[in-house]
Design a protein around this ligand. Structure first.
Ligand SMILES: [Zn+2]
Length: 714
């Protein structure tokens, strides 16, 4: 590796195997992949790391539920992530799994270093723990809900090793001040600064009540806290600790660690900023190790403006989009449509619309019309832009715009402003389109005089050169499609184009263009329907069972695990700092028996549910403010109910039992986290709880005492 290239190390979170990969994970990984490719084209020696986080109590329990050993369980889910990244064509340099032996040794080494530096002590922890988030909860009320996910916490009382996080309050604040770029964007930085200013308590960094983890050195009845284990992956993947004799024999040692650490960018979802911007740097400081240069947090990916979560039934699988429109369409959409750092919305409609307008009609059309005309009018050779007599200010304007586009694109992309960078590049596409229309090369081609011929050459050269520039700029975002356009342009290896040298006027004259084929065929309405249908089939239990019968174990327990990986860029994860519409959005796990072990078995129902299962149902007190009949529906009433923090519309089948006016002001119980559904064209956001009597009319649940609106029933 004798290279003078500067290094660039970029990471994604390692995804928690308790969740199967979905679009949220894909979003983070695609963004990191695009940046990795971009940096490579800028001449960096890039290392791109992703992986899976495989320890913890939640995994141990899920494996047990699934009647699998933990290692079988994690092997299977981790493979799904690797397969998906492969299928997406991501250029991952290293995929780490926290169940790798050398990771375990390196984590133990890190633990010892922190211990030797005097930041670890033994103590008793008594308090609440959210298993779902693998997080200690400061609220000491037994049974308190987790502020992150709203689930009921578990009481933990055990002897633990503690990390003196409290000692790092000042050093962290100093660091944030000294390196303002350490936490990006600004909103996350402010959030973290105020969190740390509020005071840091020591953190328990071991557990002794379960065993699926890395043993504490010299005290193997404890396992190391899963977040310490997981965060360490960013250095253990590079061989950290290997030279201390901790790693397996035959490993490459810590040369990569020395070369690539500290990371240049650690990309994460905003729900895990605290772990990455407080705990992680504190652990590193305690071990005397350098800190990453920046932690960059993106927002959530919403589905049609709603959080993706299993309870809403709106999780989108990456595979569906891949199968219908391909990886590049998805990559382009996510990076163009979503403003990086903010929440963004995904919908099949928007995806297809964007695909058609920007790719099929935009870049794809520019490529095929330009190349087709070069083929037809100049026997497929890029023409010489002829003498100055044939030039007009319009040609010069395109050249100038292209130069400015290159500069703007680079400045924006470097700052993770993917959307604006692409917008700038597509402004050039639009300008060239207009230029072609105004200069009518097809009309010039009909005239045989020398001036027209020279003018035609100039117009097509200008168009082709602009196409070349947009294609290079778009390469990190759409590696596959741009490679195809590049080949059609008759050029070499697009990934090898040095971006810092990109200028106007580098298209070699006389280049023989390749066979012209459409790169982005137009998608019609059926594309949306196909994707919708594929997702619907995934969601119906019948389809899930059918898949079990037909497919290998990789898909058999699709409903088993939670959709919301807390470590992942999980769109469904209600994190800190966001005022929740509904305070808790629990994501249900399917009862243990819901996955039939035998494909032919009927879905069994478990007669008993756990307190966790119950906690998933969010029952709240609501007051009816508006009640009216729904036209054409004898049984339905449209209600507006006050939940204390919001007003909602609910459509309820109680019209035969209650006159609308008798309901105004009445307090009722609603299921607040029911996925929205449409009844007679009206969206219903929740369900009113009533006793349902055989052959009789429903009777609403009510309270004898006065209760405030929004109070939760549990
Ligand atoms: Zn939680």
């Amino acid at each position: 590796m004798a290279t003078a290239k500067p290094k660039y190390y970029i990471t994604t979170p390692i995804y928690y195997v308790n969740a199967r990969p979905h679009l949220g994970h894909t979003y983070t990984t695609i963004a990191a992949d695009a940046m990795a490719r971009y940096k490579q084209m800028r001449g960096f020696d890039v290392l791109f790391l992703t992986g899976t986080d495989e320890h913890g109590q939640k995994v141990e329990r899920s494996a047990k539920k699934n009647e699998e050993s933990p290692i079988d369980f994690v092997d299977r889910v981790s493979a799904e992530y690797r397969d998906l990244w492969k299928h997406l064509g991501l250029r991952v340099d290293r995929f780490i799994r926290t169940t790798e032996t050398r990771h375990a040794h390196a984590v133990q080494h890190l633990f010892r270093e922190i211990q030797n530096n005097g930041y670890v002590y033994k103590g008793h922890y008594e308090g609440n723990y959210c298993v779902s988030d693998e997080m200690y909860i400061d609220d000491s009320t037994p049974g308190a809900t987790c502020p992150e996910c709203g689930r009921v916490t578990e009481r933990v009382k055990e002897e633990n090793y503690f990390f003196q996080l409290s000692k790092f309050e000042k050093p962290l604040l100093n660091y944030y001040e000294q390196y303002p770029e350490f936490i990006q964007p600004e909103a996350r930085r402010n959030e973290i600064i105020s969190f740390v200013r509020g005071g840091l308590r020591d953190l328990s960094i071991s557990r002794s009540t379960f065993s699926w983890g890395i043993p504490v050195p010299d005290d193997p009845k404890h396992v190391i806290y899963v977040w310490l284990d997981a965060l360490a992956n960013y250095i253990t993947a590079l061989g950290y600790g290997a030279s201390a004799g901790q790693a397996d024999a035959g490993q490459a040692g810590d040369a990569k660690y020395k070369k690539y650490w500290p990371a240049d960018v650690q990309m994460i979802g905003k729900e895990i900023v605290r772990f990455h911007c407080v705990y992680w740097p504190a652990f590193l400081m305690a071990a005397g190790l350098p800190l990453p240069k920046s932690i960059v947090a993106h927002g959530w990916l919403l589905f049609e403006e709603n959080k993706m979560s299993k309870s809403r039934g709106n999780i989108v699988r990456t595979e569906t989009i891949l199968d219908v429109l391909g990886a590049d369409a998805l990559r382009y959409f996510l990076l163009r449509e979503v403003v990086f750092g903010q929440d963004g919305s995904f919908s099949f409609d928007a995806l297809v619309q964007r695909y058609n307008s920007d790719l099929a009609n935009g870049l794809g059309n520019l490529a095929s019309r330009t190349l087709a005309m070069i083929t037809r009018y100049f026997k497929g050779e890029v023409p010489y832009p002829s003498n100055s007599v044939s030039r007009t200010p319009a040609d010069q304007a395109i050249a100038k715009l292209a130069e400015r586009t290159i500069a703007d694109f680079n400045a924006l992309f470097e700052q993770f402003h993917f959307s604006r960078a692409l917008e700038a590049a597509w402004a050039l596409v639009a300008a060239v389109d207009k230029y072609i229309v105004e200069n009518e090369p097809w009309a010039l081609a009909e005239k045989q005089d020398e001036t027209s011929r020279a003018r035609l050459a100039t117009v097509l050269y200008t168009s082709a050169e602009a196409l070349r520039i947009v294609t290079v700029l778009a390469h990190p975002v759409m590696p596959e499609a741009t490679t195809r356009i590049w080949t059609q342009l008759g050029l070499g290896e697009i990934a090898q184009v040095p971006l810092p040298d990109l200028r106007w006027g580098q298209l070699p004259l006389g280049t023989k263009v390749g066979k012209v084929e459409p790169v982005f065929p137009r998608a019609d309405k059926s594309a949306i329907e196909r994707m919708q249908k594929m997702e619907d089939q995934e969601r119906t239990p019948a389809a899930a069972r059918a898949a079990t019968a037909a497919a290998p174990p990789a898909v058999e327990d699709k409903d088993k695990k939670e959709d919301v990986g807390r470590r992942a860029s999980s769109p469904g994860h209600p994190g800190t700092g966001q005022a929740p519409q509904t305070p808790a959005q629990p994501t249900p796990t399917t009862p243990p028996s819901a996955t039939a072990q035998s494909p032919t078995a009927a879905p069994a129902t478990d007669p008993k549910i756990t307190i966790d299962d119950f906690a998933k149902i969010e029952l709240r007190v609501a007051q009816i403010k508006v009640a009216e009949k729904v036209k054409g529906a004898d049984k339905l009433l449209r209600l507006e109910v006050d939940l204390g923090t919001e007003t909602r519309q609910i459509v309820a089948g109680i019209a035969e039992a209650y006159a609308p006016e008798s309901l105004i002001g009445r307090k009722v119980v609603i299921v607040a986290n029911l996925a929205p559904r449409k009844l007679r064209g009206l969206e219903s956001n929740g369900m009113i709880v009533a006793a349902s009597l055989e052959g009789g009319k429903p009777v609403l649940a009510a309270f004898l005492e006065d209760v405030p609106n929004g109070a939760r029933l549990k």
